[in-house]
Design a protein around this ligand. Structure first.
Ligand code: PTJ
Length: 259
């Protein structure tokens, strides 16, 4: 049965499913009201890139997978939107790469952390961090700086989908490799991340997982060279060009920049 009362043949079926998941996330106490605004912004950018994974985003997803496989400790950060939209995809990525999962909220309340932890457990995740967030990201005041000491605080590679730019910058300042998933290539998060993936989280997470499966047998030095060959600025420019030119003119991130 469908999640929503709309036929799958509807041209905007996927967007309607996402809206429904966010609405239902708010109703269940997983997603913050501001998550509705974030969803609308994301939808607008997704429309502009043609609701597809651009070649540059696919390249960035492959680089992200290489980082995950090279990591001492990778952590996937889950907020209210991510919990509502892609719980199974988070769990799958964690299973394939051995990453930890931490619930980490911009608008922190203990009851919402608890609701999201329970939601992820209902989807089959056994180990979830975030219920005790006793460490702080330096430079971030108030509750938005709270993280788990053995989780996001200690991690060398972090995946932050739909993240606030301030927190992305603060995690970068802690010398972590930050992989951001953000549909807006101009957002501060995308601009400061080590690896910005300009794609919808519903496509980006399974894509990183597929790349991780493919790269799993690669020797260490080949993974290193995938990581070192990445140019974040070129990837962002490719996404911006795709938006300007109608979503279908993205070039490979290794190619020359015509600007
Ligand atoms: O659950 P909380 O309290 O941690 O709050 C989560 C939100 C997302 C509400 C909070 O972090 C927030 O307000 O985020 P922003 O500043 O609105 O940024 C969200 C970014 O994600 C924007 O640049 C959107 O374009 C982008 N975005 C929205 N939906 C998607 C997306 N990117 C990828 N996939 C999406 N589905």
């Amino acid at each position: 049965m469908n999640e929503i009362d709309v036929p799958e043949s509807h041209p905007r079926y996927e967007q309607l499913v996402m809206r429904h998941r966010i609405e239902s996330g708010v109703e269940k106490g997983l997603t913050h009201y501001q998550g509705l605004i974030a969803e609308g912004r994301g939808e607008a950018f997704d429309y502009l890139i043609g609701e597809q994974t651009l070649p540059s985003a696919d390249g960035a997803a492959r680089v992200a997978a290489a980082h995950f496989l090279l990591a001492d400790q990778a952590v996937i950060s889950v907020n209210g939107n991510v919990a509502a939209l892609v719980p199974d995809e988070v769990i799958e990525l964690a299973a394939v790469t051995g990453a930890d999962v931490e619930v980490n909220l911009f608008n922190h309340t203990q009851s919402r952390v608890r609701a999201i932890v329970d939601h992820l457990r209902d989807h089959g995740l056994t180990e979830v961090k975030g219920l005790s967030a006793e460490a702080r990201i330096p430079g971030l005041d108030h509750d938005r700086g709270r993280v788990a000491r053995e989780g996001l605080y200690a991690a060398d590679v972090v995946l932050v989908p739909l993240e606030d730019g301030d927190r992305t910058a603060a995690l970068e300042a802690m010398n972590k490799t930050v992989v951001a998933v953000d549909l807006n290539p101009l957002s501060r998060s995308a601009q400061v991340a080590t690896v910005p993936i300009v794609d919808n989280v519903i496509r980006a997470l399974p894509n990183v997982t597929n790349h991780a499966r493919e790269l799993a047998g690669y020797p260490h030095d080949e993974l290193e060279s995938i990581v070192e060959g990445f140019d974040a600025t070129a990837a962002l420019r490719a996404a911006e060009r795709a938006i300007r030119d109608g979503g279908d003119s993205d070039v490979t991130i290794d190619g020359p920049d015509p600007d």
